[in-house]
Design a protein around this ligand. Structure first.
Ligand code: SF4
Length: 462
């Protein structure tokens, strides 16, 4: 009898080399992506141990985490003290091992989870790993993609396999219509706040439902990006016409006859009726509000118009400089940041620019935009978005992870309240003492103009 399979089962089974019967499997890995911060460690270890990549053409490395975001950056410029050691080590090791390198000054350079879809490296049905926790983003393309450690990356590069414990599976169905102004970022924060930061229980989540089907790939990438903040193994969305249209003609996408064959294969990647999930949840899209985090976990997030909870933890409130029972809109900000692998794509910049056009950032607010890739930056400039950001008083950086996480170098001053399109608001994530509020690019832009946390709907009335 045929057992109905989930989308995840289909990809997992197609890549299973050995089932050890104790829950562990040896899984074939199609693609490995590296960045200079963790990737250099894996590559150097491979060289030192006398190994070599099993298939160098399936391994990609980019420079994103510690590169300078200054417009005039040089090939070895790092935004962190001594960071250029990682940059040069990655460059040297990539040359020695023959893998694909996207270097600091290459036109394809950008944040790994932005450029992998953009170049068509992430594809439906492929397994893709990267020593970076937000690799789950790439499940938006229907790939089985997850974050690993450096030593696992080394194993995957040398053997083309990884030993992995099969995760439980969760389905989250999102139905109905989002209210105007509600975005994938709001949905991600809503889900994590509703179920808790450990709510996904290391599951592979499949997002389904008409509200997901109606999302662009960029919105799906934002949603899947935040799955790791929900303690998921990964997230995945079944590929559909939106996916195929997005991937067509991308650099590494199949071409001509292979494209037609790929579409036939990709159309089989869906969850069959009656397939088993360990957990199932439903979300009504109409219940999702513009959402902002108030605390130091993405789960500590509320509707932008709600009060900070009465039961809020005092340590968190003290760090964030907030009082229970007050409203986020009553708090002035000192920084506004648009960037990161969560929200730095063209649609994010367009959403922010729509609000910024003809307006000025409030005096005293440091506002920074760092596009997620050089291709995003060029596309934005072709539409004149850079001029809107600059005229509004935003800095316009070059692509990378700058200001998303602090590893030394430039950041906001300690104690600064920053409205941020990133994915993590832990203590010190954006710099020592920095108070990060996670939000959509539209809310970041509106808040930068208002000088306090602000719903774009209210900015219109101002
Ligand atoms: S943008 Fe931030 S979260 Fe994303 S990969 Fe870079 S450091 Fe990590």
């Amino acid at each position: 009898m045929h057992m109905a399979k989930t989308l995840f089962d289909k990809i997992w089974d197609a890549h299973s080399v050995l089932d050890e019967a104790d829950g562990n499997c040896l899984i074939a890995i199609d693609r490995v992506f590296l960045h200079e911060r963790t990737g250099s460690v894996a590559l150097e270890s491979i060289i030192e141990n006398g190994y070599s990549p099993r298939n160098p053409s399936a391994v990609f490395a980019t420079m994103d985490h510690i590169v300078s975001n200054k417009v005039d950056r040089k090939a070895d410029d790092s935004r962190t003290p001594d960071g250029n050691v990682f940059i040069t080590a990655t460059r040297d090791a990539a040359q020695k091992t023959g893998i694909n390198l996207i270097d600091v000054l290459d036109e394809d350079q950008g944040i790994v989870h932005v450029i992998s879809p953009e170049l068509g490296i992430a594809q439906p049905g492929l397994t893709l790993v990267c020593p970076d926790s937000h690799t789950c983003s790439q499940g938006a393309l229907g790939a089985l993609a997850w974050g690993i450690g450096s030593s696992d990356a080394e194993h995957a590069i040398v053997t083309g396999t990884l030993r992995v414990k099969k995760p439980p599976q969760m389905r989250i169905k999102v139905s109905g219509k989002f209210k105007e102004g509600v975005t994938a970022k709001d949905l991600a924060l809503h889900i994590i706040a509703k179920f808790g930061a450990a709510g996904a229980k290391r599951c592979a989540i499949e997002y389904t439902g008409n509200a997901i089907r109606e999302m662009s790939i960029e919105a799906r990438l934002t949603l899947c990006n935040m799955a790791v903040e929900f303690a998921a193994f990964t997230a995945i969305i079944a590929p559909d016409k939106v996916t195929f249209d997005y991937l067509k003609e991308r650099r590494y996408a199949p071409k001509e006859v292979a494209w037609k064959q790929a579409i036939q294969d990709w159309k089989t990647l869906f969850t069959e009726s009656g397939a088993h999930f360990d957990y199932e949840y439903e979300i009504n899209a109409e219940d999702v509000q513009p959402t902002v985090s108030w605390g130091t976990s993405p789960a500590q997030a509320i509707s932008i118009s709600s009060e900070i909870p009465e039961n809020a933890d005092k340590i968190v409130l003290d760090y964030m400089g907030l009082s229970k029972g007050t409203y986020l809109k009553d708090y002035a900000i000192g920084g506004a940041f648009i960037g990161s692998c969560t929200n730095s794509r063209l649609s994010d910049l367009r959403a922010a620019a729509q609000i910024l056009e003809g307006r000025r950032v409030k005096d005293g607010v440091t506002a920074i935009c760092v596009p997620g890739s050089m291709a995003v930056r060029r596309a934005a400039e072709a539409e004149g978005l850079d001029q809107i950001f600059l005229a509004a008083g935003f800095e316009w950086g070059v692509a990378g992870c700058a200001f998303c996480f602090y590893a030394g170098g430039n950041t906001f001053a300690p104690g600064t309240r920053v409205i941020s399109s990133t994915n993590r608001n832990f203590e010190g994530r954006q710099g020592p003492g920095v108070r990060t509020h996670l939000a959509s690019p539209a809310i970041v832009a509106a808040s930068a103009i208002a000088g306090h946390i602000c719903d774009p709907q209210n900015l219109k009335e101002a």
